[in-house]
Design a protein around this ligand. Structure first.
Ligand SMILES: N[C@@H](CCC(=O)N[C@@H](CS)C(=O)NCC(=O)O)C(=O)O
Length: 247
């Protein structure tokens, strides 16, 4: 299997999944990890596009079978390598999957947009940014309220065990300082972030593509590099992609 990825929240979902599967006893010995330099635009190259037609990381090739979308990759790996990360019985399975879809449809896009307006959209007039910033900030706070209520009385999103739901949500929520979506004081969230972070598999997954000293605290140089890369990717002129057929 070939994982095409980069050190970003959607990339870390899959690297954490890989390392949690290893913790669960699946060695994934044939897995090759290829880092895609999204700053240089490698996601637009034909070799990447064949595996991930949306031209965004992560993407997975398992022999001739290709898969895009981080949460679909989580589900595929969970089915291929059964473990407690995704229960087998119908109701327990969908209890987890509803939170995975909730992440994909809500937390990912809303946090991603909030982050882009907060840190990356240098080409947009500040007055024009005010409305989307307020809207995405408010919606992000609402979503964190939903997660907080869900975590009341539970160690993990679906009970006593870490599941795909935590793996999908954690990389976005842990970045709350960078996206300026405050979670301090919202019950259960900080404790959950610390609990998930304390797992050895999660620690190893977060290290993919990141120097060890920068896993939890980015240096000023790294912040500047991520901001520059994010600004380039978020620039409106690049939104149409680099496929000559799309304009
Ligand atoms: N819904 C997609 C989102 C993927 C995504 O937005 N990936 C970002 C990095 S987190 C990316 O590749 N950006 C490069 C670009 O937009 O050109 C998923 O969950 O896989």
């Amino acid at each position: 299997m070939r994982l095409l990825t980069a050190p970003t929240p959607n990339g870390w979902k899959v690297s954490i999944m890989v390392e949690e599967l290893r913790e669960a006893g699946h060695p994934l010995a044939d897995l090759e990890v290829h880092y895609v330099d999204i700053m240089k635009g490698e996601q637009f190259q034909p070799d990447f596009t064949r595996v991930g037609p949306n031209q965004k990381i992560p993407a997975l090739a398992d022999g001739d079978f290709c898969l895009m979308e981080s949460c679909a990759i989580l589900e595929y790996l969970a089915d291929k390598f059964p473990s407690r990360l995704l229960p087998q019985s119908l109701e327990a399975r969908f209890e987890v999957l509803q939170w995975v879809y909730w992440q994909a449809a809500n937390v990912g896009p809303v946090f991603g947009n909030k982050l882009s307006y907060t840190r990356y959209m240098d080409d947009v007039d500040p007055a024009a940014k005010a409305h989307p910033l307020e809207r995405f900030a408010t919606e992000a706070q609402r979503l964190m309220g939903v997660l907080s209520r869900r975590l009341a009385g539970r160690d993990y999103v679906c009970g006593d065990e870490l599941t795909l739901a935590d793996i999908a949500l954690y990389p976005w929520v842990r970045g709350w300082k960078w996206s300026k979506i405050p979670i301090v004081g919202i019950p259960h969230l900080e404790a959950w972030v610390e609990r998930v972070r304390a797992r050895p598999g999660v620690g190893r997954g977060l290290a993919y593509g990141v120097p060890k000293a920068e896993i939890d605290q980015w240096s000023e140089a790294r912040k500047a590099q991520v901001a520059a890369s994010g600004s380039k990717i978020a620039a409106t002129e690049n939104l149409a992609g680099r496929d000559p057929g799309v304009k």
